[in-house]
Design a protein around this ligand. Structure first.
Ligand code: HEC
Length: 109
């Protein structure tokens, strides 16, 4: 029992000293800006739906296949395609609206 308590004490000291050593290095690390992740932020926040929509189209819609030629389908043909694709791409409401505007503006006339 004494031995066990000794081991426990040693373990506690080791853990304590390790956490103590690790702590001061955290603030010294360069802080990676969240916005540094291009795939997640590239122009998505643009207030111009054409810019944001295009960024979404080129990044979020190319995860499973190459960027499809928007002008291969008319607006009406795009509707059901987009409906299912925005779900696949897990877009939020704003992104859906932006990519829809981008597609509609560039669809086959
Ligand atoms: C999770 C995977 C995935 C994502 C993300 C995705 N797609 Fe697709 N898409 C597919 C698959 C699978 C097909 C059917 C096979 C193919 O044509 O490559 C397809 C087909 C298509 C087609 C062809 C439809 C047809 O009738 O021939 C278009 C256009 C398209 N996707 C557009 C988009 C757009 C726009 C987005 C973004 C909003 C998107 N996709 C995101 C998987 C995906």
């Amino acid at each position: 029992m004494k031995k066990l308590a000794g081991l426990f004490f040693v373990a506690a000291v080791v853990i304590f000293s390790c956490t103590r050593k690790a702590a001061p290095t955290i603030p010294n690390r360069p802080v990676e800006p969240v916005a540094g992740n291009k795939a997640d932020t590239a122009d998505f926040s643009s207030s111009n739906p054409m810019v944001a929509g295009r960024a979404i189209y080129e990044i979020k819609c190319t995860k499973c296949h190459k960027a499809k030629n928007v002008a291969d389908w008319t607006q009406d043909e795009w509707k059901p395609i987009l409906n299912s694709m925005v779900k696949k791409a897990k877009l939020n409401d704003l992104q859906i609206s932006q990519v829809t505007q981008y597609v509609n503006a560039n669809a086959k006339k």
